[in-house]
Ligand binder design. Structure first.
Ligand code: ZN
Length: 112
């Protein structure tokens, strides 16, 4: 093997490692944006394809953030006043809204 071949191989390997590091960094950036906006980070699985990475990053950056209901942990629009899933009132933080907790479970007394 000639010296020029070894140098060329090293250059190709270094370029491949740099490209892979940038690619993974962009995926991590997309996951970070998704988590910050309460969106599912699993959308970044489209980044398996480079075009999917580009499209998903653009879409994820342009989507509006969601807020998470403290009562049922579902996500809803940022401007929502009531949770569409459980009726939690975001305006009155801590108030139960129209949600009523289930009645306590009746446990019959045991006979001995
Ligand atoms: Zn809720």
């Amino acid at each position: 093997m000639r010296d020029e071949d070894i140098i060329g191989l090293v250059i190709v390997l270094v370029v491949a490692v740099v490209v892979l590091a940038v690619y993974i960094g962009l995926i991590v950036l997309g996951v970070t944006i998704a988590k910050r906006k309460n969106r599912s980070p699993h959308w970044m699985w489209f980044a398996v394809h480079p075009l999917g990475l580009l499209i998903t990053l653009i879409v994820m950056a342009s989507l509006s953030p969601l807020k998470r209901c403290p009562q049922c942990a579902q996500t809803t629009q940022l401007h929502a006043r009531l949770c569409p899933f459980c009726g939690y009132n975001f305006a009155m933080a801590g108030a139960p809204g129209i949600y009523a907790p289930p009645p306590p479970v009746y446990i019959p007394p045991q006979r001995y």
